[in-house]
Design a binder for this molecule. Structure first.
Ligand code: KG4
Length: 330
């Protein structure tokens, strides 16, 4: 009898086409990612039509490469998982349709996975033991959301952004400052070079019990500052902006965890790669609290997280009908 469970994960919700093979929900046998950043760079954001065409061209060769790299064939797969929500509908369809075909041809279960739940699973691919409950903060280019996660598929939304996603705010300010795309890594680097600290932008006042996020105010403050002070030291502007953007995340996640008496927290998504965010979380953390984060390599979109969370659905015997559809929102 086969002792391990082999899952194939497929991801195409935004601008990365990704395929991975994961064993027992923990061991990444292969994790191949094809980024479309170069195709979208000149537009400073993801163009949906370009994205879905690029996914279509990339997916089949990537599936072959991922299986080869893992040393397995289609016949070794126990299940196939694909992201079906949230994301760009035309893009999501590429991975989900491919997964349906594999599920049908190989007669294996299909798992349609919530991209946000998959992101929050990433630290559990790196040796951390999956245990519920935890407060999960997902911060990426398309999403900023805070969850109380009680079990697989059991996520209560506590708060989300009222306007921009955190990564989107980084990208828009980087665009305004002509720093390039994606904005997060460049702003982080520039902020680190600020010799005298940063510009003090208005503080967001804490509202007890309010777990919403908002980034339009700080964005406007930065743009107004740059208009008024065209000679402002750019590193200091970047530093001040980044502090305010990260501060609200740190405050919200700890406030939610303490209010709900949950001591484990998970922070994931592209913005979780930010080193300053990691410093601020470590400063705020009390000894009896744990903050679990994926390594920067697993912060951005990948399919190992899709196969990983898919394994836990597989264990519980929950799979999806092949008529399952894609959804732009969760
Ligand atoms: O998870 P991801 O690939 O998802 C989406 O595309 O939604 O995240 C990409 C986002 C971009 O907005 C990017 O600017 C941001 O994550 N990002 C960062 C950093 N690295 C990537 N934001 C802040 N600091 C970083 N080091």
């Amino acid at each position: 009898m086969k002792s391990s469970v082999i899952g194939l994960g497929l991801e195409s919700s935004c601008d990365e086409t990704a395929v991975a093979v994961v064993e027992d929900g923990r061991l990444i046998r292969s994790n191949i990612i094809s980024s479309q950043i170069d195709l979208h760079r000149e537009y400073y954001g993801v163009v949906p039509e370009i994205a879905s065409r690029a996914h279509l061209e990339a997916i089949n060769p990537l599936i072959d490469r991922a299986l080869d790299a893992a040393g397995v064939g289609f016949g070794d797969l126990d299940y196939v998982a694909a992201t079906n929500r949230p994301g760009l509908v035309g893009s999501l369809l590429i991975a989900l349709q491919s997964a349906k075909v594999i599920s049908y041809a190989m007669d294996i279960p299909l798992m349609a996975v919530n991209h946000l739940e998959a992101h929050l699973y990433t630290p559990f691919l790196e040796g951390n033991e999956l245990a519920y409950p935890f407060i999960g903060l997902l911060v990426s280019g398309g999403n900023t959301a805070l969850y109380h996660v009680r079990g697989t598929g059991d996520m209560e939304l506590i708060g989300r952004t009222a306007d921009d996603a955190a990564g989107e705010a980084f990208d828009k300010i980087a665009k305004y400052m002509d720093l390039g795309y994606p904005g997060g890594p460049v702003i982080e680097r520039l902020a680190r070079s600020a010799a005298r600290g940063g510009v003090l932008f208005p503080k967001i006042l804490p509202d007890p019990g309010d777990f919403r996020f908002s980034y339009s105010g700080i964005k406007t403050a930065v743009i107004n500052h740059l208009k008024k002070h065209p000679d402002a030291v750019r590193a200091e502007v970047a530093y001040g902006f980044q502090e305010r953007v990260l501060e609200i995340m740190v405050r919200r996640i700890f406030a939610a965890a303490r209010e709900r008496e949950v001591r484990r927290m998970v922070v994931a998504g592209g913005v979780a790669a930010n080193g300053r965010l990691r410093e601020l979380l470590a400063e705020e953390k009390r000894p009896d609290e744990t903050v679990i984060m994926p390594s920067p390599a697993l912060c951005t979109d990948n399919a190992a997280m899709v196969a990983g969370i898919g394994y836990h659905y597989f264990l519980t015997g929950r799979s999806d009908d092949r008529s399952v559809d894609v959804h732009a929102r969760v």
